[in-house]
Write a protein that binds this ligand. Structure first.
Ligand code: SAH
Length: 228
């Protein structure tokens, strides 16, 4: 559904970067390779059951018409069966030559084209969307903001949640008192070493409480390729 793009990626940070030429988007409608007068891209599932399945020949024709066999870009198929998309993968993609994202629809895609064209299945989480386009936009958003020049403040992204196996510390800004709640004194002390220590401790506390499954700072540091 090419009309869904750039969608939210045409606005704000990603949209500004798009206009500045820091990334670009080439859309492909697989219906251009559909079969017959109605340009059908799907058919009923072999073996029966609900829904429709995207045809291997149609998707392969769409891929082959726009991608050379030696194209170095990873080919990711958006799929709830896939490996979980992570910040580590966003970093790898941002450093790479680009990415080809295939968006599914209907019940799914003929398994043979996934195998024959080397599509890697990637999931954005354990829930089912009606199509791959919003998932592709999630992947692209996470990658685009890591492209050099897209975000101001060099290095600010390294402190963020999931960058060091930790969730981020809490943020505060003016006013100093709001509805009887004050900003933690330490943040107003001007003591940068103390502030850094406090933030680190808060990040560790929040990670322990909310996401004990995350690697945490020590293990993340020892195993940088953990999500590879
Ligand atoms: N029958 C399939 C789900 C099809 S959902 C199954 O049970 O696995 C239709 C399309 O939405 C999929 O082909 C995929 O491209 C996209 N999609 C749905 N959930 C997704 C998720 N969590 N991550 C990435 N893509 C997803």
């Amino acid at each position: 559904m090419p009309d869904m793009f750039p969608g939210p990626l045409g606005m704000s940070l990603a949209g500004e970067a798009l206009r500045r030429g820091l990334w670009h988007l080439a859309l492909k409608d697989i219906r251009d390779h559909g079969i017959g007068r109605h340009r059908a891209v799907d058919d009923t599932p072999a073996g029966g059951g609900p829904g429709m399945v995207i045809r291997a020949d149609v998707l392969a024709a769409a891929l082959d018409s726009s991608i050379a066999p030696e194209d170095p870009r990873p080919r990711l198929l958006m799929s709830p069966r896939g490996r979980r998309f992570t910040q580590a993968e966003a970093r790898r993609l941002a450093a790479g030559p680009g990415v080809i994202l295939v968006c599914g629809r209907f019940e799914g895609i003929d398994e043979r084209v996934i195998e024959a064209r080397g599509l890697e299945e990637v999931s954005i989480g354990d829930y089912v969307l009606s199509g791959g386009e919003p998932a592709a936009q999630v992947v692209l958003d996470a990658v685009i903001r890591l492209i050099p020049g897209v975000m101001g403040g060099a290095g600010s992204d390294l402190e963020e949640s999931h960058e060091q196996g930790l969730l981020e510390y809490p943020h505060y800004t003016r006013p100093r008192a709001w509805e009887g709640r004050t900003i933690p004194e330490i943040l107003l002390s001007g003591n940068h070493a103390e502030i850094a220590r406090w933030r680190r401790a808060e990040a560790e506390r929040i990670t322990r409480e909310r996401r004990p499954d995350l690697p945490g700072p020590d293990r993340a540091a020892k195993k940088p390729g953990r999500d590879a």
